[in-house]
Write a protein of this length. Structure first.
Length: 240
C-alpha cells in the first residue's frame, strides 16, 4: 500500500512540475537475447541455426512507441519484421509476440488488445508493482543521457536491470515497466533488451485503444481460451 501511494505521488509530481512538456513520446528498439538453454544445445547444427536466426532478427529489431500523459500510458508496436533463414533446405522463422499494452495509472488498470481466430479480447489486470532496488554508485550514458541503475528480482529468480534518467522525470518505461524517478532509458530482462533511441514531447493525447465489442478477460482466462483453441486445432489435424 505504501508503494501505491508513493507511485501516485510520483505521477502527481511529474505531471505538475513538467506540465509544460505536454505528452512524452519515446521510441524503443528491442534486442533479442540468446536463450541460455539453446546455447547449451549439444547439437552443433541446431545451436548454430538458432544463433544465426537470433542474429538475423537483431538486424531488424522491433520498434515500439511509448506515449504518456496525465497518467495514461500506451506502448505500441511501430515496426516489426520476422527473421527468416533457409536452414537445411527448410525455412525457419523467428518473430516476437506483440508486447503492446495500455495502462491507466489513474484507475490502476493495465490491459492489452488481443485477437484470436477473428475475435477480439481485452486482456485486463491490475497494474503491477515493482519493488526496485536502487544502485547508487553506478551511472551510464545512454542516448546521451546520464542514467542511474536499478534492479528488480522476478519471483522466478530472473533479474531485471533498468537504467533510468532523473533528468527526464517521468516514471515510465518500456513494456509496462514503471515506478522509478525518471524515464527508463534501457531495460534488460533474461530475454530482451529495450533501449530508448528517441525522446520527444508533443501536444498529442494518449489514445487508449479500447474496443467496445471486445470481450474482457483476465490473462489466465485468455490463456485458457488459447490453450483450448490450440487443442481443438491439433485434434482436427490429427483426424486429417
Amino acid at each position: 500500500m505504501k508503494r501505491f501511494f508513493l507511485l501516485i505521488l510520483i505521477f502527481i509530481f511529474s505531471g505538475a512540475l513538467y506540465a509544460q512538456m505536454r505528452s512524452l513520446s519515446v521510441v524503443y528498439e528491442v534486442e533479442v537475447k540468446y536463450d541460455e538453454k539453446e546455447l547449451k544445445n549439444e547439437n552443433r547444427e541446431e545451436r548454430a541455426a538458432y544463433i544465426a536466426l537470433i542474429d538475423k532478427k537483431n538486424e531488424n529489431k522491433d520498434i515500439y512507441l511509448l506515449n504518456f500523459r496525465e497518467g495514461l500510458y500506451s506502448y505500441l508496436v511501430k515496426e516489426s519484421m520476422p527473421a527468416q533463414l533457409v536452414i537445411n533446405g527448410g525455412i525457419q522463422t523467428f518473430n516476437l509476440s506483440d508486447q503492446s499494452r495500455y495502462i491507466d495509472f489513474n484507475t490502476g488498470e493495465s490491459y492489452s488488445i488481443r485477437s484470436l481466430f477473428g475475435k477480439d479480447f481485452t486482456v485486463k489486470e491490475r497494474v503491477r508493482e515493482y519493488d526496485w532496488e536502487l544502485v547508487v554508485d553506478e551511472e551510464e550514458l545512454i542516448a546521451g543521457k546520464l542514467c542511474k541503475k536499478a534492479i528488480f528480482r522476478e519471483k522466478s529468480g530472473g533479474l531485471v536491470i533498468a537504467w533510468y534518467c532523473p533528468e527526464i522525470p517521468f516514471p515510465v518505461g518500456p513494456n509496462g515497466y514503471h515506478g522509478l524517478l525518471g524515464l527508463i532509458m534501457q531495460l534488460s530482462t533474461s530475454s530482451y533488451r529495450y533501449t530508448a533511441t528517441e525522446v520527444t514531447y508533443t501536444n498529442d493525447d494518449v489514445k487508449m485503444g479500447r474496443l467496445k465489442k471486445a470481450k474482457i478477460v483476465t490473462p489466465e482466462e485468455f490463456k485458457a481460451i488459447l490453450d483450448k483453441k490450440i487443442a481443438e486445432y491439433d485434434a482436427v489435424v490429427v483426424d486429417e
